[in-house]
Design a protein around this ligand. Structure first.
Ligand SMILES: C[S@@+](CC[C@H](N)C(=O)[O-])C[C@H]1O[C@@H](n2cnc3c(N)ncnc32)[C@H](O)[C@@H]1O
Length: 266
């Protein structure tokens, strides 16, 4: 996963999403010098933007891919000691209970098995009155126009088959509410960032789908009823749809948030 297309994916996704994510992050009542965890930080796209948005914050990014962590450390050394990157699994964080004021987990929860265990771990390390801020992707929330191919067929087949093959839930956006509700959290909210051809530059949106194409056509060919060649054709048509000045396409990106109750029962 630490491949070149993943690095491009994370870069393009952050450029598309962050401008709409800022007001969602500003809603939280954080202390003047918040402690922030970026769980599954990847190459540090989110961690560095969090450190920038909250200039007095200490931000810890954790991940299990050392190449991502090395890239993050070298890219964002300018923040100094208030932005750190460590090798830790989000299933078993080394941080004590109630450490963070804000725990962020972007683009991860849909790609791991047992998301409820990770949510429990994120809750554990967040202090009472602190917040969870999650981007749980949902691959039923992408819409493209039909051309020679109908992308609805692709999005109907591929995420369901990949979820089965990987033991993950690529429809997590609609399922996260139940997990947060079962964890007894307060102020649970679902908001949507709209990555579409009106709000996001077409080239940025196209760069996301190009990076997905380059990273995913092989596994799609291997694990789904759609061949590698067919997946390539679908992706190329979707990219052309985005680049067409008269075309419209949209990716609805869920943002789930919740507050840890101050009188939380164990
Ligand atoms: C799609 S990337 C998202 C990166 C980053 N959050 C962002 O928004 O750019 C998913 C990241 O989750 C990380 N990840 C997956 N399982 C993990 C685990 N058990 N512990 C820590 N990180 C994990 C992967 O290594 C990868 O870097």
């Amino acid at each position: 996963m630490a491949d070149e297309s993943m690095v491009r994916t994370l870069d393009a996704q952050a450029r598309a999403i962050w401008p709409q994510e800022i007001p969602l992050l500003r809603r939280y009542a954080l202390p003047a010098e918040p402690r922030i965890l970026d769980a599954g930080c990847g190459t540090g796209e989110g961690s560095s933007r969090l450190a920038d948005l909250f200039p007095k914050a200490s931000v810890l990014g954790v991940d299990i891919i050392d190449k991502h962590l090395e890239l993050a450390r070298s890219r964002y050394a300018n923040f100094g000691p208030r932005l750190k990157f460590e090798h830790q699994s989000i299933f078993e964080l080394t941080c004590p209970d109630k450490t963070f004021d804000l725990t962020v987990c972007r683009h991860v929860i849909h790609s791991i098995p047992h998301p409820d265990r990770v949510i429990a771990e994120l809750v554990r390390v967040t202090r009472p009155g602190g917040y969870l801020h999650l981007i749980p992707e949902d691959y039923g929330m992408l819409h493209f126009q039909s051309g020679a191919l109908d992308p609805r067929d692709f999005w109907h087949e591929v995420p369901a088959a990949m979820s089965r093959a990987m033991g993950t839930d690529l429809f997590m956006g609609r399922n996260i509410f139940g997990i947060l509700a079962a964890a007894n959290l307060e102020q649970i909210a679902l908001d949507y960032i709209v990555v579409d051809t009106l709000r996001v530059p077409r080239e940025t949106f196209a760069a996301i789908i190009e990076a997905w194409r380059d990273g995913y056509v092989n596994p799609i060919g291997e694990f789904t009823p759609i061949s590698r060649e067919s997946a390539l054709e679908y992706f190329n048509q979707m990219i052309a749809n985005i680049r067409d000045p008269r075309g419209y396409a949209v990716w609805m990106v869920p943002v789930a948030s919740a507050r840890i109750g101050s009188e939380r029962r164990k």
